[in-house]
Write a protein that binds this ligand. Structure first.
Ligand code: HEC
Ligand code: HEC
Length: 147
């Protein structure tokens, strides 16, 4: 065989090999992989990137904040206390959704979200309680109704 033929053979073998590796890689892809996140304690470890980022976007809107309300540059760091509070909020919401059926009829369960309470603000801003009726009341400042 002359040298040119060898070159062609080598090239064909190389291309076939690359193609096979590529196909193999795609098959390995299989079910959607997690986003490769480092420090998840409430979301499942294999949560798809799109789903996690969707939640992050929702939270910024529900609380009227930007990402750095809860995060430093390294998003996997737990440096900011707001991030840990949010984990508690997530668990509280999971609990509400699981048990709300005992208290809320039908599809109202699904309506409980960060927005339900936060309404675009990280701090919960309760409206001032109505002024007590004149005459009989204890007078002075009244606390918002607790129950
Ligand atoms: C209200 C607080 C809050 C806001 C706002 C927020 N995040 Fe998060 N983020 C969290 C919490 C809490 C976790 C960890 C969830 C867990 O432990 O399962 C997290 C996790 C992440 C992770 C995974 C990091 C890792 O490797 O573990 C990324 C990436 C991320 N956030 C990006 C963002 C981006 C981008 C924004 C803005 C669009 C944003 N976040 C807004 C609270 C927040
Ligand atoms: C049942 C009502 C309720 C729901 C639902 C709820 N929160 Fe909260 N959240 C509160 C209250 C009350 C506080 C205390 C607010 C204050 O200090 O004024 C709070 C405080 C917080 C704080 C700390 C305050 C701050 O300055 O950052 C964060 C962060 C937060 N919530 C995130 C969330 C996220 C994200 C969700 C949805 C996963 C959520 N919350 C759902 C009621 C709720």
């Amino acid at each position: 065989m002359n040298r040119n033929l060898w070159k062609i053979v080598t090239l064909v073998v190389a291309v076939t090999l690359l193609f096979t590796i590529n196909l193999y890689g795609q098959q390995q892809g299989g079910p959607p992989q997690g986003g490769g996140f480092k420090n998840l304690k409430v979301f499942p470890q294999d949560v798809p990137r799109q789903q996690l980022m969707g939640a992050m976007q929702n939270w910024t809107r529900a609380l009227g904040v930007t990402c750095n309300h809860c995060h430093v540059d390294d998003k996997s760091s737990d440096e900011k206390p707001e991030k840990e509070v949010t984990r508690s909020m997530m668990k509280m919401m999971q609990n509400l959704r699981q048990n709300a059926a005992d208290f809320l009829p039908g599809d109202r369960v699904q309506k409980v979200s960060c927005w339900t309470c936060h309404r675009g603000s990280a701090k919960i801003e309760l409206p001032a309680p109505p002024t007590p009726p004149q005459g009989g009341g204890q007078g002075g400042q009244q606390k918002p109704p607790q129950e």
